[in-house]
Design a protein around this ligand. Structure first.
Ligand code: FE2
Length: 262
């Protein structure tokens, strides 16, 4: 089973490059299931009902989120849609769900888990122990399990990859918006990539307008960040999973920009 993961979609530029390039990319790669992180899809912060619908209409099956999940109040109205996941390690009582089991185009079941790290991010429950509990439930139905670990630091993402090696198909990191070059399959068959990158503006500071970000760094004063304009990039990875064992054969990252230089 081929699973396509689209890295953090940021604002208009991210959605525009998806509407321009995703259909052709799907034709070429023929994934059986498509997951995208969209916590920055609405002008760089959060997600709206209309944007979620737009992303689903482009062929995305499941949307994962992160620390910006609840930045827009209207998200709560659509959090009961099982195709939208927020981190599973939010405390009990938080709206929405952190995992789900879906059907790929091969008719096989695929589990998806969204987790969030706790280093340099809002302190929520332990992602390691949340993963333990969820994996046990999903593995009763399928061994194909894709994890989006939304986290700031490499060490936390690497640690959870080793913790989950052999129990899930892939652990792919999101949040930093900078794609890492460490895609590979770990010793017990779990694919990993520390960060999948970004689908959004290519010329800003991790997607935001560089002038406002520079002003913050140069003056120390708070700034209202807006998304960067100009060229865009579409990044992510594709994993090829053995649907019987749930282990991954290959993982390959991709990076495509509007100028064709990536
Ligand atoms: Fe984030």
């Amino acid at each position: 089973m081929k699973i396509l993961f689209i890295a953090d979609i940021v604002g208009n530029s991210g959605r525009k490059i998806l509407s321009d390039k995703l259909a052709g990319f799907l034709d070429k790669e023929k994934p059986d299931f498509v997951i995208a992180n969209a916590e920055n899809a609405a002008a760089g912060k959060g997600l709206t009902r209309a944007i979620a619908q737009e992303l689903f209409s482009l062929g995305i099956n499941v949307i994962t989120m992160g620390n910006h999940t609840f930045d827009r109040k209207e998200i709560v109205e659509i959090m009961d849609d099982p195709r939208i996941l927020r981190p599973a390690n939010y405390p009990p009582g938080v709206p929405g769900q952190g995992w789900g089991i879906y059907t790929a185009s091969t008719n096989e079941a695929v589990g998806v888990i969204n987790l969030m790290g706790r280093v340099y991010l809002p302190l929520i429950d332990c992602p390691f122990r949340a993963a333990d509990a969820v994996i046990e439930q999903i593995r009763r139905e399928t061994k194909v399990i894709f994890v989006d670990m939304h986290a700031e630091v490499t060490s936390e993402k690497s640690a959870i990859t080793h913790y989950l090696d052999g129990r899930v198909s892939a652990v792919v990191g999101t949040h930093t918006h900078v794609q890492t070059a460490d895609d590979g399959v770990r010793l017990s068959g779990t694919a990993s990539l520390t960060d999948a990158g970004m689908t959004g503006p290519d010329e800003g500071v991790i997607g935001m307008d560089r002038d406002t970000v520079l002003k913050k760094f140069l003056t120390g004063m708070p700034q209202h960040f807006v998304e960067a304009q100009g060229d865009a990039v579409m990044q992510g990875c594709i994993v090829d999973v053995d649907a019987v064992t749930g282990m991954t054969r290959t993982i390959k990252r991709f990076s495509i920009n509007t100028r064709g230089t990536k």
